[in-house]
Ligand binder design. Sequence first.
Ligand SMILES: [Zn+2]
Ligand SMILES: [Zn+2]
Length: 90
Amino acid sequence: MSEVFKSKIVKIRKQRSCSWCGEQIEKGHQAHAAAGTFDGDFFSTTMHIECDRSWQTLPHGDEYIDQGMCRGCTCERGNCGCAKNTEAQA
Ligand SMILES: [Zn+2]
Ligand SMILES: [Zn+2]
């Protein structure tokens, strides 16, 4: 079980890696920040806007995010089989 206390769009002041895909979120960019508890442990995440959008499409709540996903989609990292890359370039 997880519970989110705080969820908002922030402007990154210091470069950090995305909790979803592990790629850097550059300083000055917008990102989605959330904090809460997962199985009683406190957690906080920061994700690219497009990564958060992907996260929202999953039936989450029982899965901890661990930088193992593809940026902007729900594929396993390094194994993106969807059309998001071609879409982004179109
Ligand atoms: Zn990301
Ligand atoms: Zn993908």
